[in-house]
Write a protein that binds this ligand. Sequence first.
Ligand SMILES: [Zn+2]
Length: 458
Amino acid sequence: MKKMIVSVLAMILLANVCIQENAFSQQIIYKDTQIQQAARSISVKNISGTIDTLVSFTTRHNLSTRNKPDFGIGAAARFIKKSLDRFSKSGVAIADAERIEYRAGGKNTRLGKEITLENIIYTVHGTDKDDNRVIALLAHYDSRSFDNTDSLIFAPGANDNGSGVSALLEIARVLSINPLPVTVKIMFLSGEEHGLLGAAHMAALAKTQGWNLAAVLNNDMIGNSRSSATEISNNTKLRIFSENVPVIETESMRKERVFNSAENDSKSRQLARYIKEIGERYVENLEIKLIYRNDRFGRGGDHTPFAREGFTSVRLCEYHENYDRTHQVVELVNGAEMGDVKKGVDLEYVRKNAAVNLVSVMNMALAPAAPSNVKIDISGLSSSTQLSWSAPEAGKKPAGYYVLVRETDKSNWERKIFVKETSCEIDISKDNYLFAVQSVDSDGHESIAVFATGGNLR
Ligand SMILES: [Zn+2]
């Protein structure tokens, strides 16, 4: 069976090589039934129920009480923890939910005083002990209204970020019955609305504990499908923000980037392209748009503290935002409804966006680790391109590799060439194309792409 799949893969790829000009109409898409079924099991009803419960706590403001059973951020944290505990109990994967408390704020901070906040982390442990990769999904569960010092006013946060939390709870449920080779950490974070505090705490922890964090997917506002003012209704587009130039870039990294023309090929950009390809492979009626910036103007998200620690991080976000709803007081203004109430959440859109996360994580976790040391031989002038790379050191062995090719003025990889060895020669000029390599297993699960470089400036 496996052999057959490899040869099918080889045929598909050979076909792609031969008919590159019209590849789209001929493209054969292979789908893994386990991933497909998992994606199909994401429940709109569960998403809806989670948002209702979160909204029922009136506010999840970071300065709100942690002691009341049905009001404030503490009630929300306990609801999330309880749901996760239920999944670890009923599921087949080894999974646990932990509360991680941290001190935040102080006199001259946005919080105005020092307080204790908590993140809830759900770890679905990987089954392959040789593979220590970790994939992280993030969503903040705190909320705010217009006045960010008011911890009592109704701040439903149905979309910001009830949408992200409800999606991640569904993914936690589905992964608890679909164990994966690689560990997945699903993080429900506090402190976002007062300066990305919970994410900063987790990113620092990941760094000091030396996690092999392969990818970080932040979900923040993934449920609104109607724009304010322009009134565009569309739930068929999702944005992925990824940084162009890494925020951690050093002078030697800068030189290497310039030398290799890698402005559009940061690790985050490769992750964004990966999510686009896998997301669109499994989720219908959704176009995933790569946004060539880390986040929106003047606004941030929980992926940024992870990027600052050097991790490969992206933000998934709705394509159209509604400024009458986000961070607004819930009220009627000239007959128009303001505020982040559930009515403004498109549940089917949340379902699709949750599925994008799930299929990307599953495909990545089922794939071998990415290759390393992916190099273009630039020692001589020739009309062909020689590439070489090293097999991943740990985890499952790849059945082969995909060499990805695109023209320098294209956004997405255009060709995928299957190669069994750790080197190849392609009869096109290295000066006219960009290249990357993915590891792939016998079932067609591919790793994130690693950009091919000609080394550093010499
Ligand atoms: Zn938010």
